[in-house]
Design a protein around this ligand. Structure first.
Ligand SMILES: Cc1cc2nc3c(=O)[nH]c(=O)nc-3n(C[C@H](O)[C@H](O)[C@H](O)COP(=O)(O)OP(=O)(O)OC[C@H]3O[C@@H](n4cnc5c(N)ncnc54)[C@H](O)[C@@H]3O)c2cc1C
Length: 605
């Protein structure tokens, strides 16, 4: 049997592992697996040559590629080290073996369970994983990686014809894990490209933040960053510490920035005007998660039985789960006289009434809306720095003891429950678009932020006047050969920029994706965009939620073509994450489902 895995990022590797695990338990007698990717094993996001300044946003103990016993999908169990365990026990020998720069050996040795690895180090972990799979592959299995792009797939009655720029061949099935694709330029992006060309300026549309040459940017430039998400932190790192600037801690414990003199002035903004809340200092062991009290499996089943749930009811349940964690920790720490168990019991019955009975100070109430905005201040710079200071203090308290940061962690821990609301189609049709847009934005802001250290650095960079944060509702125009950044907020300052960078990863959008394979599949009618109840495309390619087979334009499933990961975002939810150990991780589950369908259940005709 010949299987093509298209994309050698984490998902391609997860599937490879599952195929090898299943193989001895099936009737398949020979298995020939080829990974296709123009990038080395680990894929485009995790290249080992990228700047070591670029960090993961997930603690090292919460990253794995190994299938574990908590995964709720029957399959052979193959334990192995998390990224943190690998860094401690296996990395040194492996890094020496592949002649990696010595800096990575030092990084691996210093990486703690709750530290954040460079993205390049995770790339090395993936290569080690691949080498281990090849070393341990059962007899009868061949594995190879071809560094090329797959440009076309055509199912036939007996297999799939696969084309690369160099050749055409036949396989039995193909599994696509293509990650994020660059999109065609919008009209306004094209105008900016033309403007930059005409005036010898730099403009970058959304792209991967590690890519692109910034050497033309000098200390005389003003770089406007549009977006304050994770890509913003990456680009700031490339333009500051990546250029020789240094952070030191002063006697009060604050970070101070010492410029190298090669930094441009960075002006950054977004619709909200604030960077996402930092990740809390991790205190949870692998597998440890808050359990829902409101968004429980029983509640999800009850909503399913009644047909739908309104966004108000869903949000109330989610906010109550976050508030439950918040008040439980706050009371235990500040109000030991309040009987905690009794409060928790009351809160599960009648949250409002239970909170009203507490002897709290006005600023101690859990306020969801306040978490989404900046504290009141006379000027925006003051508001933004007050937000950063408060966020750093809250995150430093830890994910099991800090009331606020532990409450925000609930959004990470309950991802599977939230995902069920999407996968079971529980939201009323008119609320699904709200979920994909407004809810997603807020969820990202509250729970998909950078390591705490990034906010300390940002505060130091603002103090050093290297970075300026614009008030909310950022606007960018062009005039007199420059990009002009301001904000729609009254009294907003205006900055002239010599460079403009859209600091965000391209959104999933099947119809504008510049991936030749996606374009060919759509053109041939072998794939189709997923449509929301309001008739609009969500951006995803449609697949079957259970088998992960690609859906054709005529609504039929491609029995030999499977697709998962970011290109399905908008039908699936939150596909942009690497697997977490011991939490019944969805990517491990889906990898097992696809592999068992391919090898155990055999391909349906
Ligand atoms: C900048 C960035 C930082 C991130 N940081 C984190 C993090 O810290 N923690 C975390 O959990 N998640 C992070 N993510 C989320 C990330 O999406 C997942 O961790 C993971 O990489 C997704 O795996 P994947 O295999 O689905 O896709 P990818 O890792 O994107 O891999 C897809 C691969 O498919 C290849 N490909 C695409 N089309 C073709 C084709 N036609 N032919 C051949 N090959 C093709 C690409 O070259 C690419 O290598 C980050 C994402 C980005 C973009």
């Amino acid at each position: 049997m010949k299987i093509a895995l298209i994309g050698a990022g984490p998902r391609g590797l997860l599937l490879l592992e599952r195929l090898l695990a299943w193989y001895p338990h099936t009737a398949v007698t020979a298995l020939d697996i080829t990974l296709y990717d123009p990038f080395p094993v680990g894929g485009r996001v995790w290249t080992t040559t990228q700047s070591p300044e670029l960090l993961m946003n997930t603690a090292a103990s919460q990253i794995t590629l190994f299938y574990d016993q908590t995964v709720n999908s029957l399959g052979p169990y193959s334990p192995g080290p998390s990224l943190a365990q690998w860094a401690r026990n296996d990395a040194a020998a492996w890094l020496r073996h592949v002649h990696a720069p010595v800096a990575f050996t030092a990084e691996a040795a210093a990486l703690t369970a709750n530290g954040y690895a460079s993205r390049a180090l995770y790339g090395y972990y993936q290569r080690w994983f691949y080498a281990e799979l090849r070393r341990q592959a059962p007899a009868g299995v061949t594995i190879q990686h071809e560094r090329t792009t797959v440009t076309a797939l055509h199912p036939t009655t007996t297999g799939v014809t696969l084309a690369t720029p160099a050749k055409t061949l036949t396989v039995d099935a193909a599994v696509l894990a293509l990650g994020n694709a660059t999109n065609a330029l919008t009209a306004s992006q094209r105008d900016l490209v033309d403007f930059a060309y005409e005036h010898h300026r730099l403009y970058w549309p959304p792209a991967l933040p590690a890519e692109g040459d910034l050497s033309a940017v000098t200390a005389q430039d003003t770089v406007i960053l549009r977006g304050l998400g994770l890509s913003f932190h990456d680009l700031v790192a490339r333009l500051t510490s990546g250029r020789g600037g240094q952070f030191t801690r002063d006697a009060t414990g604050q970070l101070r920035y010492h410029p190298s003199g090669r930094e441009p002035h960075i002006v950054a903004g977004s619709r909200r005007g604030l960077p996402a809340h930092a990740k809390g200092r991790n205190q949870k062991a692998p597998g440890e998660q808050s359990q829902p009290v409101f968004l429980t499996p029983a509640q999800l089943n009850a909503w399913q039985a009644q047909g739908t749930v309104s966004k108000a009811t869903f949000m109330a349940a989610l906010q109550h789960d976050a508030a439950y964690v918040y008040y439980s920790l706050l009371l235990a720490q500040r109000y030991p006289q309040v009987e905690l168990a009794a409060f928790q019991q009351d809160f599960t019955q009648a949250p409002k009434r239970a909170v009203a009975a507490l002897p709290l100070q006005p600023d101690e109430y859990f306020d969801w809306a306040a978490l989404l905005t900046a504290p009141a201040a006379a000027t925006w710079p003051e508001a933004a720095t007050a937000f950063l200071r408060a966020d750093i203090a809250a995150a430093a308290q830890g994910t099991k003891t800090g009331p606020l940061t532990s409450a925000l962690e609930v959004l990470r821990d309950l991802r599977d429950a939230i995902r069920q609301v999407v996968l079971r189609g529980l939201l009323a049709p008119e609320d699904r678009e709200w979920f994909l847009r407004a809810f997603n934005r807020d969820n990202t802001f509250l729970s998909i932020g950078p390591p705490l250290r990034r906010h300390e650095e940002l505060l130091a960079l603002i103090t050093a006047k290297v970075v300026t944060i614009l008030p909310p509702k950022m606007q960018v125009t062009t005039a007199d050969g420059a990009f002009i950044a301001s904000s729609a907020a009254p009294g907003s300052p205006t900055y002239r920029g010599t460079a403009l960078i859209d600091a965000r990863v391209p959104a999933t959008n099947a119809t504008t994706a510049q991936n030749p394979l996606i374009q060919q599949l759509l053109h041939a009618g072998l794939a189709t965009p997923y449509t929301l109840p309001n008739g609009e495309s969500s951006g995803a390619l449609a697949t079957d939620l259970h088998t992960h087979q690609l859906m054709g334009r005529d609504g039929h499933l491609q029995t030999r073509l499977f697709l998962w990961g970011p290109p399905t975002e908008g039908q699936q939810w939150l596909t942009n994450a690497s697997p977490r150990p011991l939490v019944n991780d969805i990517s491990l589950r889906q990898a097992n489902e696809i592999a068992s369908l391919l090898l155990r259940d055999r391909l349906p005709e």
